[in-house]
Design a protein around this ligand. Structure first.
Ligand code: MN
Length: 206
């Protein structure tokens, strides 16, 4: 099976002014597409891996043949991370982008004290990623909700963690609009987090 760019559920300009249309277009049609292409290119060398779900390949990279392991890690990770990222964002509306509800709201309270403290800790983690990478809220192997970061395109799936919320802090995600001011991008991003979608991810991860 060949991997394909997943359909984007909103327009390139839908996250304006927090994430600009040009960044969204380049990020989706160029950066993400390249991860997809290079993942397919790598897997062509080992057709018997074609039927394995990507989650499974990323969750056990040691079982991926050595000659394509780095490519699957980088481009498979990139494909998984971006596919996830698009779905947890959406156009800003007063209700949708405020905070989580239901089970996730309760678990965040248990793990971090309250939503404001969680937001602060996640923002700090995103700001602290050195170079290119991601900040995540994940359910770890013990079923605990934790904030973590990954370098490059490493996915939480590689660490047996299930992503609930993720933020791309590669410069390509914000440089056109925010230049070197990553903290401004992170602050703006909270306005387009689609909490009902994140609640659903938590439901799947539990
Ligand atoms: Mn990216």
């Amino acid at each position: 099976m060949k991997y394909e760019l997943p359909k984007l559920l909103y327009g390139y300009d839908a996250l304006e002014p927090y994430i600009d249309a040009k960044t969204m277009e380049l990020h989706y049609t160029k950066h993400h597409q390249t991860y997809v292409n290079k993942l397919n290119e790598a897997l062509e060398k080992h057709p018997k891996l074609a039927d394995k779900p990507l989650d499974e390949l990323l969750g056990n990279l040691g079982a991926v043949p050595e000659d394509i392991r780095t490519a699957v890690r980088n481009h498979g990770g990139g494909h998984a991370n971006h596919s996830f990222f698009w779905t947890i964002m959406g156009p800003h509306t007063a209700d949708v982008n405020k905070e989580p509800s239901g089970d996730l709201a309760g678990e965040i309270k248990t793990a971090f004290g309250d939503f404001a403290q969680f937001k602060e800790a996640f923002t700090k983690a995103a700001g602290g990623v050195f170079g290119s990478g991601w900040a995540w809220l994940v359910v770890d192997e013990d079923g605990k909700l934790v904030i973590t970061t990954t370098a490059n395109q490493d996915s939480p799936l590689m660490n047996q963690q299930k992503p609930v919320l993720g933020l791309d802090v590669w410069e390509h995600a914000y440089y056109l609009k925010y230049q070197n001011k990553r903290p401004d991008y992170v602050d703006a991003w909270w306005n387009v987090v689609n909490w009902p979608a994140v609640d659903a991810k938590f439901g799947e991860a539990e």
